[in-house]
Design a protein. Structure first.
Length: 202
């Protein structure tokens, strides 16, 4: 008998001294990673995929109801809540942080009210940019186009990162971060698309 995967079980025991907020955030980030893996394995209409996506939305809503805004930071190998590492991987296949960091995203914040459409848009965008045959799409543009009302994003220019040699920096100068437009504020310019034939992703 095959064992059905579950999206709610933690991948590791909470570390001593870790706050309740960090434990809850770590559990949800683990849920996000498992949901993305399941979505890669099965068709979108598969009951397991549907269940994982639904539980991911419920998990985030539960966090936001209890703890307030969830703000995640990204380095090339880690996802952090403040100074606490929620996810770390040396393996490219299991590195949930890499697609965000590679495309210039340094922070994502989720506010109370983040709904199923917004959560699923993030899952779908990550799935799209991590397909092996995709070169020119990036997370910043896909998330921008998704119009995520309750999701905040701060990103840096990939070109500026490369020129400054800061492509692996976990905490860029706050002045270089472009905030996600909110409350009717003028939107910053979209990141320029790479030129055709500019090469694959790292």
């Amino acid at each position: 008998m095959s064992k059905q995967p579950t999206s709610g079980s933690p991948t590791q025991a909470p570390r001593a001294g870790e706050s309740a907020v960090a434990r809850a955030a770590s559990a949800w980030v683990g849920q996000l990673g498992r949901t993305i893996k399941i979505c890669r394995l099965y068709d979108g209409r598969n009951p397991t995929v549907v269940r994982f996506r639904e539980e991911l939305v419920k998990g985030l809503d539960g966090f936001l109801q209890e703890h307030g805004v969830l703000e995640l930071s990204f380095s090339s190998r880690e996802i952090l809540l403040g100074d606490t590492v929620l996810h770390s991987s040396e393996s490219r296949d299991d590195n949930l942080a890499l697609p965000f960091f590679r495309d210039g995203i340094r922070r994502l914040s989720f506010a109370l009210g983040t709904d199923a459409r917004e959560v699923n848009a993030i899952v779908d965008a990550v799935l799209r940019v991590t397909q092996r045959d995709v070169d020119l799409e990036d997370l910043v543009t896909l998330l921008w186009d998704a119009e995520l009302t309750h999701v905040g994003m701060e990103y840096v220019s990939i070109e500026a990162d490369a020129e400054s040699g800061a492509a692996d920096a976990a905490a860029p100068d706050p002045g270089s971060l472009a905030p996600w437009p909110r409350g009717g504020a003028p939107a910053p310019p979209r990141p320029p698309a790479p030129p055709p034939g500019g090469g694959g992703r790292a």
